[in-house]
Design a protein around this ligand. Structure first.
Ligand code: ADP
Ligand code: MG
Length: 292
């Protein structure tokens, strides 16, 4: 590509609210064969809220006080949802010590009576030896409805579970369709569990997805696709997505993404819509076709 036509392409992208870091990023965008998308905050609005609460213990106010104390220390979007819920219910945070956050799993601390508190996903609780059987029927039902389920264990016993809903962005389904029509294979990667991931993937029309991933697994998954000969674009918003964005042939940061995500990306969208990715890829193809 001649530098001048690439520059014109970069300018045209900017008119559409697409900031391209380099001519190279634009050229590579025209050759993408696979687009990997993060679920939370990319396909969904990234503004989760608690929609179901089920306590296995009588003292709901106290359980919510534990949840509030645990999630005060976390920056995860799910933590914000649980905190707002506890606050609205009028719960008072209990005193906790030894707070710790477990990436891709949840949070833990020691309660006022020295009791271990653990809050997070099924994998984290199972690994800690908590029996989830009492909540499994409800959890299955919630996950089928695309809820993310968060479990609370007190003293190693399941005490409550929460259904959390993060609505799809209004235009996600249509934008995915457009990308697929443009010939891209769209793959969803998520740290969320298999069932919730499957429900979301079905809703948006993606049949290729991997669930239960840790941030480093997303990175590995992209390498695997590249080794299979795919030219891979990755769309993400979070701190968690930075390694994968940097590893992809082109990283796309969307709208209100974190600074870390933007720094790791070759292309940044001003608005939070997957349509911006399709715009960017279509502009890159037109630019490169014109100079051939
Ligand atoms: P993603 O952004 O793809 O959902 P994350 O790695 O951020 O991936 O989170 C993976 C999973 O870990 C979440 O779906 C949730 O089940 C659990 N999790 C992580 N942090 C917390 C937290 N602070 N409170 C409750 N659950 C959490
Ligand atoms: Mg995310």
């Amino acid at each position: 590509a001649t530098p001048i036509s690439t520059m014109i392409g970069v300018g045209k992208a900017a008119e559409h609210g697409i900031l391209v870091r380099s001519g190279e990023a634009l050229q590579t965008a025209s050759r993408l064969t696979t687009l990997v998308v993060d679920k939370t905050g990319t396909l969904t609005e990234g503004k989760p809220s608690v929609t179901e609460v089920h306590c296995l213990d009588k003292d709901q106010a106290r359980l919510l006080g534990m949840v509030a104390a645990l999630e005060r220390g976390s920056e995860h979007p799910l933590a914000a949802a649980l905190l707002i819920h506890a606050e609205r219910a009028g719960a008072e945070a209990v005193e906790v010590t030894d707070f710790d956050s477990i990436t891709g799993g949840g949070v833990q601390a020691t309660g006022p009576q020295g009791e271990p508190l653990l809050l997070g996903n099924a994998r984290l609780l199972r690994e800690a030896g908590v029996d989830l059987a009492a909540g499994s029927g409800l959890a299955d039902e919630l996950e089928k409805r695309a809820r993310t389920v968060v479990y609370l264990a007190v003293n190693g016993r399941l005490s409550a579970l929460f259904g959390i809903s993060d609505p799809l962005r209004a235009d996600t389904r249509e934008a995915v369709k457009r990308l697929q029509t443009d010939g891209l294979r769209v793959v969803m990667l998520t740290g969320d569990n298999e069932h919730t991931a499957a429900a979301i993937a079905r809703e948006v029309g993606i049949d290729d997805f991997r669930a239960g991933l840790l941030p480093e697994d997303k990175h590995t998954e992209i390498e695997r696709l590249q080794q299979a000969g795919e030219v891979v674009g990755m769309v993400g918003d979070g701190i968690n997505d930075a390694p994968a964005l940097a590893r992809a042939d082109v990283g796309f940061a969307i709208g209100q993404g974190t600074d870390v995500a933007i720094e790791s990306a070759g292309i940044t969208l001003m608005r939070s819509s997957l349509h911006g990715i399709a715009d960017a890829i279509e502009i890159s193809r037109l630019t490169l076709r014109n100079i051939k």
